[in-house]
Design a protein around this ligand. Structure first.
Ligand SMILES: NC(=O)C1=CN([C@@H]2O[C@H](COP(=O)(O)OP(=O)(O)OC[C@H]3O[C@@H](n4cnc5c(N)ncnc54)[C@H](OP(=O)(O)O)[C@@H]3O)[C@@H](O)[C@H]2O)C=CC1
Ligand SMILES: CC[C@](O)(C(C)=O)C(=O)O
Ligand SMILES: [Mg+2]
Ligand SMILES: [Mg+2]
Length: 337
């Protein structure tokens, strides 16, 4: 199946420069979009509730901060970058009453549209610009003259210009420097949730923690275990990022490569693949979304408990100590938000 990919020359920055953009939320993605759009010559305002702890950060950058309802009323393009579980209420209370014919509602992830939590009226464009990377790195790459690839999707094209508008927005945050792929809200939501749960965040964290536990429980020094299974992982993944698994295998020793080829499949067994398929099934049939929305509505008791357990894992303590000795490693991701 081929995909449509767009680069800088395919996108017209002038389109987004002619709009009034409201970025709702100023967290990981919100600050990156708002600052990079502003640097691209776009008229940006931020929507945050009174008392939001993000307000001073946006104001320090010289951005105009309004309430979400005021920002939505003033703008003709509203990008919703508040937490997924909060978006339904923000939309109902602050955005829907302020929508005008021909406005555009944008998302950074398709969760609320895919699972039917938000249903916009037919007289507005509904589109997505979803960077394939953490917001702080979206901003860092933009500042460095690079870009994080983005996915765009159009759910509703009321004006006939929704795709050109989404592409223009993606250019404004640096996405088309790296490549913008056209997809659907369904495909973005399901693949993004699968990636973060099974591989990028859930899979990788569990792999690292389990490897650390096996080594330390066998009596090896926690410091050595940390360097082996966490610190060096970045260096190995850097090679994959640059040239795929093939480049990583080119750089490692043949002893490592033989161990990789023969032992890797013993770690990621057919039963692990079967569990990954179940996880994908729960995303596709809405079970995960329902569970997460209910967990949030209940005050996030299980989420908080698991967060605390993760923070208390022994790998965190030894990691903090070792990173303190390598000044170049612990680059703050809060330098811009
Ligand atoms: N994190 C990432 O890198 C990625 C995120 N996304 C998507 O981007 C969206 C935003 O996620 P993320 O950047 O992680 O979010 P964060 O949790 O980092 O930031 C959320 C922001 O929304 C604000 N906020 C909370 N409640 C409201 C409200 N009622 N009205 C307006 N603003 C509010 C928060 O303010 P306060 O400080 O007061 O809490 C904060 O500024 C989600 O859809 C997510 O799936 C997509 C790709 C990657
Ligand atoms: C991998 C996690 C992510 O999907 C992202 C940074 O792309 C997210 O939702 O934060
Ligand atoms: Mg993602
Ligand atoms: Mg995600």
């Amino acid at each position: 199946m081929s995909v449509e990919t767009f680069y800088d020359d395919d996108a017209d920055l002038g389109i987004i420069q002619g709009r009034k953009v409201a970025v709702i939320g100023y967290g990981s993605q919100g600050h990156a979009h708002a600052l990079s759009l502003r640097d691209s010559g776009v008229d940006v305002r931020i929507g945050l509730p009174e008392g939001s702890k993000s307000r001073p950060k946006a104001e320090e950058e010289g951005l105009r901060v309004l309430t979400p309802a005021e920002a939505a009323a003033e703008a003709d393009l509203i990008m919703i970058l508040a937490p997924d579980t909060k978006q339904r209420k923000i939309y109902a209370d602050d955005i829907a009453p302020n929508l005008k014919d021909g406005d555009a509602i944008f998302f950074g992830h398709g969760f609320n549209i895919r699972y039917g939590l938000i249903t916009p009226p037919s007289n507005v464009d509904v589109a997505m610009v979803a960077p394939k990377g953490p917001g702080h790195l979206v901003r860092r790459q933009f500042v460095d003259g690079k870009g994080v690839p983005c996915l765009i999707a159009v759910e509703q094209d009321a004006t006939g210009n929704a795709q050109a508008l989404a592409l223009s927005y993606a250019k404004g945050i640096g996405g088309s420097r790296a490549g913008v792929i056209k997809t659907t809200f369904k495909e973005e939501t399901e693949t993004d949730l699968f990636g973060e749960q099974a591989v990028l965040c859930g899979g990788a964290s569990a792999l690292v923690q389990t490897g650390f536990e096996v080594l330390t429980e066998a009596g090896y020094a926690p410091e050595i275990a940390y360097f082996e299974v966490l610190h060096e992982l970045k260096l190995i993944v850097d090679l994959m990022y640059e040239g795929g698994i093939a480049k990583m295998r080119y750089s490692i020793s043949d002893t490592a490569e033989y161990g990789d080829l023969t032992r890797g499949p013993r770690v990621i067994t057919p039963s692990v693949k079967e569990e990954m398929r179940k996880i994908l099934g729960e995303i596709q049939d809405g079970t995960f979304a329902q569970e997460w929305v209910a967990e949030d509505e209940a005050g996030r008791p299980n989420f908080t408990k698991l967060q605390n357990e993760g923070a208390a894992h022994p790998i965190e303590e030894v990691g903090k100590k070792l990173r303190g000795l390598m000044s170049w490693v612990d680059r703050p991701i809060t330098e811009t938000a």
